[in-house]
Every structure is written in C-alpha cells, then in structure tokens.
Design a protein around this ligand. Structure first.
Ligand code: SF4
Ligand code: SF4
Length: 331
C-alpha cells in the first residue's frame, strides 16, 4: 500500500526537525463533535495543562502522572450535553493532538500517526482541507517528549511480546477463542469497551463477563459464537487495516523491540515472529468481529462490522496496552 504522506521541516531551538505522517494525504480531518474521545479516554495532563484545570478536578495517580479526575471510568467533566468542550481554548495538549499521535524517533525526526477510534477517521468523513496544524503538534511534542526521559524498553512492550507468543500458535478458532477469552478475563479486559454502531451512530459496549460476552445489552454465551464467514469486501478491509498497522512507524518501532526480545528468548527468525504478530492481530480482530456481527445480527461479517471493530481496537493497538496486559507479567 503506497501512501503520499504530509511532510514538513521545522526549526525548534536551533534544531532542524523533519516530520512525516504515516498516513496518506487523502486524510483531511475535521472533528464531527461526536464526543467519543472525551467520553472514553483517560485525559492525562502535561506540565502546561496543569495551570488550566482547577486543582479539584485533577488527580495524581499511582503511575506518577496527573489526569483529569474521573476520566478512568466516566466522561470528561468538561464535556457538555451537546458533546462540546467547555474549556475548548484551554483544553489539554492530549485533546489537541487526538486523533493524531506524534512520536520522535530521534531529535531530528518525528512521525505523526493516525488513531482510527475517531468517528471522522473511521467514517472517512473528510473535508477538502485538514483542520489540524501538524507543525504545531510537532513543536509541542518536541518539548513534551524530548525534555522528559524516555524509558528504555517499557513493561508494556514486554507484555506485548508475551501476547504475541501466546497467540502465535497454529490456527484453531476454538482454541484461540478460549485463549483470548481467558486472556481478556485475566487481564481485566472485562471492563466495557465502547464502540460505535455505524448504522445508527450510537455507541454500544462490549464486555466479557463470566462465560459470555455482552454486546449492547445482549448476552452471548461464548460457546455460541460461531466462526462466521467474511464477505470479500470485509476481508479486504481487514487486510488493508492490518497492512496499514505495519506501515506505521510507531508500530514498527514497537514491534521491532518486542520481536527482538522474543528472538533472543526463542531463537526464531524475525520473519517468523512478524508472521505470528500479524496472526495475533488477525485473530484478535476476528474475535471482536464475531461479537460485533452477532450484535448486528449478521450471519456473515460485513465491512460495516470491520469498521466497528477498527473503531474499537485501534486505540488498543496504538495506545500503551498497560491496563490490559501488564497483569500478565505481574508488573
Ligand atoms: S478537556 Fe475538552 S476536549 Fe479534552 S476530553 Fe475534556 S471535554 Fe474533551
Ligand atoms: S472521536 Fe474524533 S470526531 Fe469524535 S469528538 Fe473525538 S476527535 Fe471529534
């Protein structure tokens, strides 16, 4: 899949920074004010943000970072009934950055990635022009990332490597289903995951509970989840998404580190490990696709189901998987 990225060069404190997007120029983002991101994200506060948020609405968590209070389980308190931000001009950097993510791979090079759990992105609801200033994001991120210490190799990466290892087994849908489910239960994945019904634009939840999953208040016993057929279009979309995941520099950097660990432990070739990683993403998607197709009463998996799964999963693959996988390693 060849893309034509947005690119640019900036001078920051006498240092020349080249930046490039990992997505094509056909992406012309405009926020549709659906409210999803403000209702489902932990809102972390940077140094500058702290001055803009009343102290009583801040909370310092065990990880040493400060967040907007309550955003680990509820919508942001600044989200209005009309799904607008009541402190828009002073909103935190993380809110300005979403649905993009800037990562510096060196002092002079940054990549800008795209998060697909955003209504505008998943629906490709684009404008003739982008409403985002990438240079602004790169400049802000430069101070945020390069002035703070970067952990050598995060615990999340180690856990991710472990998951790749667990799921990189020969394909057996029943076994994978059981393994995934056990994993989801063990790692607290049973908290409700929010995704969007693209037919109605309404949000619904998927949660693992006991030996069943609940999707939009409908309980589906795990044993009843059938291995559904994918329509040709759905299959294509799914493969496109997975291929796209691997073209992201951020994913590549993360996976290269994870693969390195596994390689040392298991003396497997990088190619084999990469194949297993792709398998793992494919199977995780398949698991969610089955639940989503059940919820949409589809006998086959359609491209609409795939888009809903992407909406649900994209942040999971991109964002640190700490909450999901850290318990696996008892960290
Ligand atoms: S501060 Fe505003 S933009 Fe950020 S999560 Fe809250 S409501 Fe949304
Ligand atoms: S999910 Fe995307 S479209 Fe919806 S409010 Fe957030 S940035 Fe805007």
């Amino acid at each position: 899949m060849s893309i034509i990225p947005y690119t640019g060069t900036l001078e920051i404190d006498g240092n020349l920074v080249e930046w490039e997007t990992t997505f094509d120029q056909s992406v012309k983002f405009k926020c549709t004010n659906c409210g999803y991101c403000c209702d489902s994200t932990n809102v972390i506060l940077g140094f500058e943000d702290i001055h803009n948020i009343p102290e009583e609405l801040q909370e310092l968590r065990d990880d040493g970072f400060t967040y907007i209070k309550g955003t680990d389980h509820a919508a942001c308190p600044f989200l209005t009934k009309n799904t607008l931000c009541s402190i828009y001009e002073k909103r935190p950097y993380v809110c300005r950055e979403y649905p993009f993510k800037v990562t510096f791979v060196s002092k002079n090079k940054a990549f800008i990635d795209l998060i697909h759990s955003c209504e505008s992105i998943v629906k490709e609801d684009y404008l003739p022009e982008n409403e985002i200033d990438f240079s602004y994001l790169v400049r802000k991120s430069y101070y945020k990332q390069l002035l703070s210490e970067k952990p050598e190799l995060s615990k999340e990466l180690l856990a991710e490597a472990e998951i790749i290892h667990i799921l990189g087994q020969p394909y057996n849908w029943e076994e994978i289903k059981a393994r995934l489910f056990a994993l989801l239960m063990k790692t607290g994945f049973s908290k409700p995951y929010k995704t969007m019904d693209l037919f109605t634009n309404k949000f619904y939840f998927i949660a693992a509970k006991g030996s069943s999953v609940t999707a939009a208040h409908k309980e589906i016993p795990l044993a009843q989840l059938q291995d559904k057929m994918l329509t040709g279009e759905a299959k294509q979309l799914m493969h496109r998404y997975i291929a796209m995941l691997f073209t992201r520099k951020l994913t590549q950097v993360d996976f290269a580190a994870a693969l390195h660990i596994l390689n040392e432990q298991n003396s497997m070739s990088s190619k084999e490990l990469q194949r297993r990683a792709i398998n793992r993403i494919y199977l995780t998607m398949l698991f969610f696709l089955n639940i989503i197709a059940e919820k949409n009463s589809h006998n086959t998996i359609t491209s609409q189901d795939v888009k809903e799964a992407i909406f649900l999963l994209d942040a999971t693959f991109l964002a640190p998987m700490e909450g999901i996988i850290a318990p696996l390693l008892n960290v």
